[in-house]
Design a protein around this ligand. Structure first.
Ligand SMILES: *Cc1c(COP(=O)(O)O)cnc(C)c1O
Length: 382
């Protein structure tokens, strides 16, 4: 086994789902987004784990991701959140995926695909209430719902929208999220007034689940919090002060490697490409076999620290594709082959989580975990 691995603590996913349920009415359904290979954790294992806890359905981005889950034997509903190209429609039908739709042309293409296969496709109508990404303008929701309703092989299984700033505590952002929600409610009511059943109403992503329990409607789509990270401004501290004292998410991924070599250098010795770091005194450098080819991005540069036996040590010099160097100082007691945690849950002895790396690098935890790529084996714990 290679030294560099991502341990996926499935018990922490189960814990996080329990924590999410604190915010939900018993009848509210949960949809877990497992796009981008389960936010880098392994979509199939994550899906199987959450479905066993009573989660209702899954969401992916690409049709190919839905196919992977079906091939693994998963039978729960699977929403495809991004818009596939027409060539992917046969797979949507064959793998019984539930696409989001928002325009007449695409609804017609899906209806044709359903006819060809002589099978029913369930769709959810996506409304753009202010995200400006995909979704129909609010005034088109009723005509599109009517169109879907008139097509015998299409079934309107739900209506949804997506928030742009539900993870922000800025007052104008809070007002914006409320406005998006109000627009969505009005549209859903307008569809109902036409005598059309809108199916499941859903809009809440992680931020909204934690901030706006009144927006949970029939189902929530909670991604990031399932994997153990806090969205945007909504930190653990904020939640424990305002909502729930005991509330705590647990990061699911632990990115670990081992020291493959230690060498002593003298003051003035430079390290790695570009000679960007020079030892200012005699020191010991450890080499770890993980680099940007594993998803430890080069731009983390001198901002990255790793944990070895419960102590923090800085990565020095440029991060290479397959390796990087850690400054141990003298007399660290650290030995060749010792384990190194790049990030992980606290209980595993890691001092840093993907959240810390994100905070130190002006990005979001989503990007840190999605960056861990295919070369790193996922090892599922429990
Ligand atoms: C990714 C995604 C989500 C989940 O967002 P989180 O912030 O991870 O909870 C929900 N809805 C849509 C449409 C998405 O694309």
């Amino acid at each position: 086994m290679r030294a560099t691995n991502a341990f996926i603590h499935l018990d922490n996913i189960r814990h996080n789902i329990e924590q999410i349920r604190i915010f939900l009415k018993p009848e509210t359904k949960i949809c877990v987004p497992v796009k981008a290979d389960g936010y880098g954790h392994g979509a199939v294992e994550v899906s199987k784990t959450v479905l066993k806890t009573g989660v209702y359905c899954l969401a992916v981005s690409a049709v190919s991701e839905g196919k992977e889950l079906r091939d693994a034997g998963i039978t729960a509903p699977i929403l495809t959140l991004s818009l596939p190209v027409p060539e992917e429609i046969p797979d949507i039908v064959n793998y019984k995926l539930t696409p989001l739709v928002f325009d007449a042309e695409y609804i017609k293409l899906l209806a044709d695909g359903a006819k060809q296969a002589n099978s029913v496709i369930t769709v959810h109508l996506k409304i753009d209430t202010g995200m400006g990404r995909i979704g129909c303008p609010i005034e088109q929701a009723v005509p599109l719902a009517r169109q879907i309703n008139s097509l015998p092989l299409l079934k309107l299984g739900g209506m949804c929208t997506h928030f742009a700033v539900s993870d922000s505590l800025a007052p104008n952002d809070i007002a914006y999220t409320r406005l998006q929600f109000k627009r969505f409610r009005l549209v859903a009511d307008a569809v109902k007034k036409q005598g059309i059943r809108p199916g499941l109403l859903h809009c809440a992503n992680s931020g909204a689940v934690l901030m706006y329990p009144e927006m949970q409607l029939d189902m929530v789509r909670s991604g990031l919090i399932t994997y153990g990270y806090y969205p945007g401004d909504i930190t653990q501290q904020f939640l424990s002060e305002t909502v729930h004292k005991e509330f705590a998410l647990r990061p699911v991924m632990e990115f670990k490697t081992r020291i493959v070599s230690i060498h002593r250098v003298q003051a003035g010795y430079n390290v790695s490409y570009g000679r960007t770091w020079t030892a200012d005194k005699e020191t010991e450098l450890a080499v770890i076999p993980a680099g940007y080819g594993d998803g430890i991005l080069r731009r983390y540069g001198h901002n990255l620290k790793v944990s070895i036996k419960g102590k923090a040590y800085p990565v020095v010099g440029r991060i290479c594709m397959d390796q990087c160097m850690v400054d141990l100082g003298l007399n660290s007691g650290v030995k060749r082959w010792d384990e190194v945690s790049v990030f992980g849950p606290k209980e595993t002895g890691s001092l840093f989580s993907a959240q810390d790396i994100a905070d130190n690098n002006n990005t979001i935890p989503y990007e840190i975990i999605c960056a861990i790529n295919k070369r790193v084996p996922r090892i599922f714990v429990k």
